[in-house]
Ligand binder design. Sequence first.
Ligand code: DAH
Length: 362
Amino acid sequence: MEDLQKLETAIIAEITACDDLSRLEDIRVAEVGKKGRVSLMMREIGKMSPEEKKNFGPKLNALKNKINNAIADHKTELEAQALNLRLLSEHIDITLPSPPENLGSIHPISQVMDEVAEIFTEIGFSIAEGPEIEEDFYNFTALNIPEEHPARQMHDTFYLPEDKDGKRKLLRTHTSPVQIRTMMSGPPPYRIIAPGRTYRCDSDATHTPMFHQVEALVIDKDIHMGHLKWCIEEFCRKFFELDNVKIRFRPSYFPFTEPSAEVDIGCAFKDGEILIGEGDDWLEIMGCGMVNARVLENVNLDPGEYQGFAFGMGLDRIAMLKWGIPDLREFFAADLRWLKHYGFAALDIPSLSTQNHKAGGK
Ligand code: DAH
């Protein structure tokens, strides 16, 4: 039998010096593995005299345990070192912004909503919301569109199945019901815009069953059509980024306004493209008017005391105009190539903010 103490010192030294996990495993196999040096020595015990057995048995056992423990400890140490190295090499600075290409892009409709909200909040409007599943009362009746009124047919309404009380809810056909909800929620004055989704059973290149509108409502004591005109002109100038945008008010009819008008914006059609701010053609962008006295009465306001204006504009339509997007259906086709082309970089500062900044930080 070799000198066990010497052997132990040598093996432990070898283990301690080892700086590689697979090398450490080799040492384990070579010493205490099935056919390892120490294991073979233990087999020899069987052939020994009882005296030798008594002497060597416990010593060999102790040696084997020491080696196993030393290997286990050193293995833990090497694993911790390896983990530290890996953590260092994979270090991530979480304070860095994400690369813009990982953030996707902003859908033109979201961009339009942001820009519209920015323009109107800057001139004193706040943002109101209403449900997309709406009651007949808010979508029609309170807006002076009673049952059997032909305007109801024009709206191609999606109705839900009957409630327990026999009433049918509907998908709002315009954002105008938010006017009613706003006026019923507290006393005037009101100065709100309400952007959101609207629904009509209609589908072609310029109509989708779901589309977007923004509603505006201003009610106070001395509001007149001049205020309406200024707001719309100011909006068009800012939104289309044109100082002398041409706007035309055409008499029209809506049950909830009196008088009513439709607003056209001056444009030119050149080589299949629409150019805003030039030419002699016109494109309709919204409906508007002075809020009908009957609507004010429906929400218990005195038309002798309060009056105001409202308008409703198609957000998809003005997005198509501003960025020259030809087909409305593509907006909602979830085609990533389309979104990459027409979308906006997630980290871009909205163009309107930079414009205001340049103009002297208004
Ligand atoms: N709600 C109308 C529509 O969807 C648009 C509209 C016209 C809204 C005139 C208004 C308005 O607020 O005054 O066709």
